[in-house]
Design a protein around this ligand. Structure first.
Ligand SMILES: *Cc1c(COP(=O)(O)O)cnc(C)c1O
Length: 464
């Protein structure tokens, strides 16, 4: 077999072009064969279909065309595809075509962000993009900055790490609506387990927070959420920041989901107080339509990031740094690191502020349309009007067991991917809408799938 061609250099694009054609054909055929948001038949079917793609490590290779066609087709056919309007769980975003195309260039060039000599232009792009996004979050700060992370989970970990480095072993105070990654970060960092204040209405209870702030010893770090995982609600950020200021506590805001509302003149007011936090988590692989990973931790003062600085002479020797080579190792705990800034920058430049705001506004409007349909439906209950794009609903009078069975039956039939959430003492179906192409017709058929399964289950017929 000849030595396989490379992706970069002047010859790379010519080698890539026919392979891309194979990939794109496989994506098209796989999606057509699937014909829905996910493959029908549940895990057994998906696993056995994937295994028909042949041995993964054969003695003699099958060649690029064949392997790409076989495996990409199988993966696509067996995908839960967020581009399908009925795939609406888990803030699993449908990436924009332009962002996926930009990511191809990142893969072909493979800049690694841990030293300047592996990423001269990508370093400059990342530095400018992180500064620009940090300024969106902290418009009044003089030296805001941000680091790129693999997700909200890593950003939250870094936020707690930076607080620990500033103050020693901080006591975290979070609410019952907080993302599980906060508790995990305290475990990882050897910090005390969080004090959890109640969130009976879905957002942090301010009276309980004030009590916790009074009762517990400093140093204290409050973590609030802008866009909760279960219901998509936003904690009263400004009031939480007031309490933190009164009690001398620091504040981290996990805006992994809701943060991009900053770009919408219509919805940015819901984030009032965001810039009072010592750190902010923001994911662009949710309401930013990026292929994962695309996430940030922003801080109001670039010196807050100093604890991440690290010295490894082969990457950032002192004399190199003195001679003017940018020192990037301290922009992450990772070493080899993809230039995720590229797809984000391409997207922001292509859409502009108004284009991004339009996608956000359209997505939130779709969530309200779904809420309207549920409200008008005689046999469905709505949890509450959506704050962002999360819509919780359940068939009237259904047991929690039935709600869980409806969700799994929709998965097994290949009809819809919905999430689940526990709220107000009940289990709910959860639609987290992120697809800006979803139409009212799509929402109608989604509701029909749910009510059909509900009827089948309550009539006692065997779920198919
Ligand atoms: C998605 C999410 C996270 C986790 O982020 P990942 O990108 O999945 O690591 C954390 N917090 C909130 C509020 C989220 O929505």
């Amino acid at each position: 077999m000849p030595t396989p061609p490379l992706a970069g250099g002047t010859a790379g694009p010519a080698a890539l072009r026919p392979l891309l054609d194979t990939v794109l054909t496989a994506l098209e055929q796989g999606a057509t064969r699937r014909g829905g948001p996910l493959p029908a038949g549940g895990p057994d079917n998906a696993t056995s279909r994937m295994r028909t793609a042949g041995p993964l490590i054969p003695d003699t290779g099958t060649g690029a065309e064949n392997a790409l066609r076989t495996l990409v087709t199988a993966l696509t056919e067996g995908a839960a595809d967020p581009a399908h309007p009925h795939c609406a769980a888990h803030l699993h975003t449908p990436p924009l075509a332009l962002a996926a195309a930009a990511d191809l260039a990142a893969s072909a060039l493979n800049p690694s962000m841990d030293s300047w000599d592996q990423a001269p232009a990508a370093s400059a792009l990342e530095a400018d993009l992180t500064a620009a996004l940090a300024t969106e979050i902290y418009p009044h700060a003089t030296t805001p900055d941000a680091v790129i992370t693999t997700g909200g989970t890593e950003a939250n970990q870094l936020a707690l790490l930076l607080a620990r480095e500033r103050h020693g072993p901080v006591q975290t105070i979070c609410a019952a609506n907080t993302h599980h990654s906060i508790t995990r970060a305290t475990w990882l960092l050897g910090l005390p387990a969080p004090v959890v204040v109640p969130a009976p209405t879905g957002v942090m209870d301010l009276t309980a927070l004030a009590e916790a702030l009074t009762r517990h010893q400093h140093p204290l770090l409050v973590t609030a959420t802008a866009g909760t995982t279960d219901t998509g609600q936003i904690d009263p950020l400004d009031a939480v920041a007031d309490l933190c200021a009164t009690h001398g506590a620091e504040l981290h805001i996990d805006a992994a989901y809701g943060g991009p509302l900053l770009f919408s003149p219509t919805h940015q007011h819901t984030l009032h107080g965001l810039d009072r936090a010592q750190s902010v988590t923001l994911d662009l692989h949710k309401l930013g339509w990026q292929p994962a990973p695309a996430s940030l931790l922003a801080v109001p003062d670039h010196h807050h990031l100093d604890p991440l600085h690290h010295h490894a002479p082969y990457l950032n020797a002192d004399d190199d740094t003195e001679a003017g080579l940018p020192d990037l190792l301290g922009r992450s705990l990772r070493t080899t690191r993809r230039p995720d800034a590229l797809k984000i920058a391409v997207t922001l430049q292509a859409l502009g502020r108004t284009g991004l705001a339009d996608l956000i506004d359209r997505t939130l409007a779709t969530a309200h349309q779904l809420a309207d349909l549920i409200t008008q439906h005689p046999t469905l209950d709505l949890y509450q009007r959506p704050t962002i794009s999360t819509v919780l609903f359940r068939p009237t009078g259904a047991t929690d067991h039935t709600v869980a069975t409806i969700r799994r039956t929709l998965l097994n039939r290949g009809h819809a991917v919905l999430g689940r959430a526990e709220a107000k003492g009940h289990r709910w179906l959860k639609a987290t809408l992120l697809n800006p192409h979803t139409t009212p017709h799509d929402l109608h058929t989604l509701i029909n799938h749910v009510t059909t399964v509900t009827d089948d289950l309550t009539e006692g017929s065997t779920p198919r």
